[in-house]
Design a protein around this ligand. Structure first.
Ligand code: UDP
Length: 513
């Protein structure tokens, strides 16, 4: 007998909408959200929303859930966050496999045994849910893990939405097999929500909405930092030598830097990073091959090697490229011990770094960021991004790419690629630049060179980038889009609010898949 269980995750509210609205630049988005809620709250009166996913820690869904839950509740739509668990490890091994298949990788075979496990656990979780839910509740199920359980309740008449946070803008054997497996479950939901239109499977035609992720401008990752705070964080975290002048004490866990002999040492060795004084190109990501680390490293090396040809008759740009440094930052190796692929990628990058000539080794810094405290990790990422002349996300594939959103919000020059999530955010030449081939060093070098030269054009581009995040990718917009979806689910397809729903047209979907 399989035993599924559910747990309510306690959520503490950090800032009220009133507090956000006190900031001049956020009062508009909060006002728009309140307007949306004025229409939605009466339609949703008496309803409770249950957000159900499979983990309370780690990953983008868990990161985003507290803000979503608090804001919906504050706007008069009581919302709770529940997680599901199961006593069969094989269930989560299988859902991880489905996750990878949706991203186009792994074996496309699905055994009868795996299907049985999925159905058994889903039924068992559905039985627990059935006891806890009232008929008026709206169930919002996130990602494939609870999709089967939610489908059972949807079949019994519970209002239910499936929210998918993952996807790939190409079809292959693996994606076909994964979407084929999920079809009988997700077609039973009243409504499905995706991050991009390209991720919607063909068989879902009329009941979908697109909700991209949104960032919280008051989070430690995104909040404004004064110059003193930036320097303080760099010193406290070990990224700069600490004169005895910082207000806050050193962080318990420090950042580290890959050394020329392949070991990890302090970031101030073999010499200071000089993040405050030098032009810096930065990428912050997980150590995943699809993040395009080697292409970026090779592109940077090529740019440095071509310095003389690229800067003839331009002494200022010559000096800029001479001083330029590349920061490649990701989670500390200890945090990826259970991730063999991340270890392999780090090993390959270490070998590439060790093989560089000493002058280039000084200009490239692989940084390991401590992960023990989510707050200090976020502050270090925030400070690193704010010290950067250009933030790059050189991904081969990207579901969304929050690092780009974070940089755009901070009015930094951004370089992305044609990967779906990045081109969804960055319009080439308007909000930033896109590299066509992230694995081609010549292409990466050329785009970096162009962006670094852009001092005069810089202001319009970064202003557009921030405006784009302001309009589309802040948490307020995300909550607003959720209110429309929930209203539609309750009001039915004939409800007037559905007319303004940000759903994708069937025609657009057909042309992309
Ligand atoms: N990030 C972080 N510390 C790290 C590496 C990444 O805080 O050492 C953050 C990064 O700032 C972003 C998130 O992790 O907020 C990664 O999200 P993204 O959508 O860019 O990529 P994913 O990891 O989901 O593929």
């Amino acid at each position: 007998m399989s035993k599924g269980h559910i747990e309510r995750v306690p959520v503490e509210s950090a800032y009220t909408l009133h507090e956000y609205a006190r900031s001049a630049h956020l009062s508009g988005p909060v006002h728009d959200l309140r307007q949306e809620a004025q229409t939605a709250a009466p339609v949703l009166k008496g309803r409770r929303v249950i957000m159900l996913n499979s983990t309370a820690r780690g990953g983008g869904v868990a990161e985003m859930m507290p803000r979503l839950v608090c804001m919906l509740t504050e706007l008069g739509v009581p919302t709770e966050w529940w997680t599901m668990g199961a006593d069969e490890p094989a269930f989560f091994e299988f859902t991880k496999k489905i996750h990878n298949m949706i991203h186009g990788s792994g074996s496309p075979e699905i055994s009868a045994e795996a299907r049985d496990t999925y159905d058994r656990v889903s039924r068992s979780v559905a039985n627990v849910l059935r006891r806890e839910l009232s008929p008026d509740d709206i169930l919002v199920v996130h990602d494939p893990q609870p999709a089967g359980a939610g489908a059972e309740l949807a079949a019994a008449g519970q209002a239910a939405v499936w929210r998918c946070h993952i996807g790939l803008d190409e079809d292959n054997e693996q994606t076909d097999a994964a979407w084929g497996f999920l079809e009988p479950y997700i077609t039973g939901y009243q409504h499905c929500v995706f991050t991009a239109v390209e991720y919607v499977p063909r068989y879902l035609s009329s009941t979908i909405s697109i909700i991209p992720p949104g960032i919280d401008p008051f989070s430690h990752k995104n909040r404004d930092l004064s110059v003193q705070e930036i320097i303080g964080i760099l010193c406290n975290g070990g990224l700069a030598s600490s004169p005895p002048l910082t207000v806050t004490p050193a962080f318990e866990h420090q950042a580290k830097r890959l050394q020329p002999d392949g070991t990890w040492g302090p970031p101030t060795s073999p010499e200071e990073l000089d993040l405050i004084h030098r032009p810096v190109v930065t990428q912050v990501s997980r150590w995943d091959r699809l993040k395009g680390w080697s292409g970026l490293l090779n592109g940077f090396v090529r740019l440095k090697r071509e310095l003389a040809e690229r800067t003839r008759n331009d002494a200022r740009h010559h000096r800029r490229l001479q001083l330029l440094r590349l920061v490649l930052a990701g989670p500390e190796p200890e945090a990826v011990q259970d991730d063999p692929e991340a270890q392999e990628v780090l090993q390959e990058l270490t070998e590439a770094y060790v093989a560089l000539e000493p002058e280039l080794q000084k200009d490239v810094a692989f940084i390991s960021l401590p992960m023990a405290s989510r707050k200090y990790n976020a502050l270090l990422v925030n400070a690193l991004q704010r010290c950067s002349s250009v933030v790059v996300q050189n991904s081969l594939r990207e579901g969304f790419g929050l690092t780009a959103t974070e940089a755009m919000w901070k009015r930094l020059r951004v370089v992305g690629t044609q990967a779906c999530g990045l081109r969804q955010q960055i319009r080439d030449g308007i909000d930033g630049r896109l590299v066509d081939n992230p694995e081609d060093p010549a292409n990466v070098a050329e785009v970096l060179d162009q962006v670094l030269r852009m001092s005069r054009e810089r202001t319009p581009m970064v202003t557009c980038a921030q405006r784009r995040v302001y309009d589309e990718f802040l948490v307020f917009r995300q909550v607003s889009r959720w209110l429309r979806v929930l209203t539609r689910v309750v009001g039915g397809p004939g409800h007037p609010s559905s007319v303004r729903e940000p759903e994708a047209s069937t025609a657009a979907r057909r042309s992309t898949r």
